[in-house]
Design a protein around this ligand. Structure first.
Ligand code: BEZ
Length: 250
């Protein structure tokens, strides 16, 4: 199965909006100078820099070696680690995460791993794709693979829970949920939908032979165009976000 890879140049061109739109969850974190914070899934470190600028002592982790190389170039303390297997033991005041948790199907593993990384009373503040996120994009990709006799579910990398489902998980791992909300955030894309697919939907595209990929992309774009494209504003992705703040038991 093709996995999702992050290339620093295409990320800068096609995905910079991901960190640009992270201000809301940084505000919810309300970082305080001197706090020790783990940035979980830091990407190339654009938001980590904001936490450092707020005076926090930040460790940034990501599963992608390419992204960590970008974060290290910014001068950050950035390390390769998987969210479900964080090598930290009750040492952070807060764990922060933007636009990452929807890539990890083992959500219980992640929440347990975060609980271990936090000090008693530490905060877990995050935002990611929630139930219904990119429904138009996901169903166009699924239909295009199914037309080729392929099982889209086996390559679909995304986990988009409801607020109720995720709150239950947090509570099961000893968190008190202080705030949780699921909200639509239609997201204007910086370019063509094809570039979004090539950046974010690699597991689907990798399911077909390279020679068939341009046709697959064209078909998916045609299917999405009526819902997601306007000649005036270009492409807008149908993102739905889940944002929460929870506190680990003392
Ligand atoms: C998101 O940031 O919500 C997202 C990114 C890629 C695929 C799906 C959702």
């Amino acid at each position: 199965m093709a996995t999702q890879q992050w290339n620093p140049e295409t990320y800068e061109k096609n995905a910079r909006f991901v960190s640009d739109l992270g201000a809301g969850v940084v505000d919810l974190l309300a970082p305080k100078a001197g706090e020790r914070i783990l940035d979980l899934g830091c990407g190339d470190g654009a938001l980590t820099e904001k936490l450092v600028a707020a005076g926090c002592r930040v460790v940034a982790v990501d599963a992608s070696a390419e992204q960590i190389a970008g974060a290290v170039k910014r001068g950050l303390d950035a390390r390769i680690a998987r969210a479900e297997a964080l090598p930290f033991d009750h040492e952070f005041d807060a764990v922060f995460s933007n636009a990452v948790l929807h890539w990890i199907k083992d959500a219980d593993g992640v929440v347990a791993s975060v609980a271990r990384a936090l000090k008693p009373g530490g905060r877990f503040v995050a935002e990611f794709g929630g139930a219904g996120c990119i429904a138009t994009i996901r169903s166009a990709l699924t239909a295009a693979l199914e037309r080729r006799g392929l099982d889209a579910r086996s390559v679909d990398p995304w986990y988009f829970p409801t607020d109720l489902e995720y709150a239950k998980k947090l509570k099961a791992h000893g968190f008190t949920v202080r705030f949780i909300t699921l909200f639509p955030r239609p997201t204007p894309l910086p370019g063509e939908a094809a570039a979004w697919l090539e950046t974010f939907a690699q597991p689907f595209l990798g399911a077909v032979a390279a020679a068939d990929r341009p046709a697959l992309i064209a078909e998916v774009c045609d299917a999405m165009r009526p819902a997601l494209y306007s000649p005036d504003t270009g492409w807008t992705a149908d993102y739905i976000r889940l944002r929460f703040a929870a506190e680990r038991a003392r």
